[in-house]
Design a protein around this ligand. Structure first.
Ligand SMILES: NC(=O)c1ccc[n+]([C@@H]2O[C@H](COP(=O)([O-])OP(=O)(O)OC[C@H]3O[C@@H](n4cnc5c(N)ncnc54)[C@H](OP(=O)(O)O)[C@@H]3O)[C@@H](O)[C@H]2O)c1
Length: 263
């Protein structure tokens, strides 16, 4: 997809990966709608990228309900949706409150499914669209301290594989971003602040199985993937075994796929 003039909605755009994605999409001429809770930070990114700030708490189902419709009513059809907003709440599973578990599943998993569901009918009708799901390598191989987080990322990757099957033959692109730690971000600091998670990452670094990814490189590769219709962004390359092994059964189903009605 040529991104010049395309309307791109990015969630979690007030900092970290989302802010870098906003800059990378803006550099290709896209029109941006930026969603997050922190208004000053969001407006700052909007000012830098010529985008429109749309403050919302995406862990609140009432604010997610009809969100794409409200954006389209005021800013026009959405060509690209980037489901990026997420939280990690790294720590011991047995210390997590019920509210923390619910908030993380709501934001990282349910909101991603709901916004994907909201945006797809219009994209199918217009015969054009792309959805980027910012998942994680934690959705394939998880670590202590990020059990629920890893579960939510598994959900995103796996759900998207199923949606891809249902969209077979349609001009709608889907890209799943699966990386290890992305730096510098608040989330990377949070993940490494819990000693068992930090020790696990260090062991993988020492064995040469994992490396951090730079936030601007991840953003540029995600934007390239939209332009070129690539289905995955995976970093670092040396961690290829994680997604390759987890994805094998999904690709087998795709190879043997029959019975999907054409829309
Ligand atoms: N950083 C990493 O190491 C890493 C690695 C792999 C995957 N990822 C994924 O990359 C994505 C972005 O992570 P990041 O590193 O940029 O994290 P971050 O620096 O903590 O930023 C998270 C973003 O999500 C937004 N957000 C959080 N809660 C929200 C809510 N309830 N409603 C709306 N927006 C909300 C935040 O904005 P407000 O606080 O202003 O709402 C912020 O813009 C996440 O999906 C994460 O799982 C990150």
């Amino acid at each position: 997809m040529d991104l010049n003039g395309m309307h791109v909605v990015i969630t979690g755009a007030s900092r970290g990966v989302g802010a870098a994605l906003a800059e990378a999409f803006a550099a290709r001429g896209a029109r941006l709608t930026l969603v997050a809770r922190t208004v000053p930070a969001l407006e700052d990114v909007a000012a830098r990228t010529g985008g429109t700030a749309m403050p919302a708490d995406l862990a609140d189902p009432a604010q997610v309900d009809g969100l794409i419709g409200r954006i389209e009513a005021s800013l026009g059809p959405v060509d690209v949706l980037v489901n990026n907003a997420g939280i990690d709440l790294t720590g011991a599973f047995i210390d997590m409150s019920m509210a923390d578990i619910q908030r993380m599943v709501q934001l990282n998993a349910i909101t991603v499914a709901v916004l994907t569901r909201q945006v797809l009918p219009g994209m199918i009708e217009r015969g054009r669209g792309h959805i980027v799901q910012v998942s994680s390598l934690a959705g394939t191989g998880t670590f202590p301290g990020i059990s629920v987080y890893g579960g939510t990322k598994s959900f995103v990757t796996h759900m998207t594989a199923g949606v891809r099957l249902e969209l077979k033959g349609l001009p709608i692109g889907l890209t799943v971003v699966e990386t290890g730690l992305i730096t510098p971000t608040d989330m990377a600091d949070s993940v490494l602040s819990y000693p068992p998670t930090r020790a696990s990452f260090r062991r993988f670094y020492a064995l040469g199985l994992l490396a951090d990814a730079d936030v601007h490189t991840v953003a540029r590769k995600a934007v390239d993937a939209v332009e070129r219709g690539k289905r995955t962004v995976r970093m670092p390359a040396r961690a290829f075994l994680f997604p390759m092994l987890t994805n094998a059964p999904r690709r087998l189903v795709e190879m043997l796929l029959v019975g999907v009605p054409r829309r």
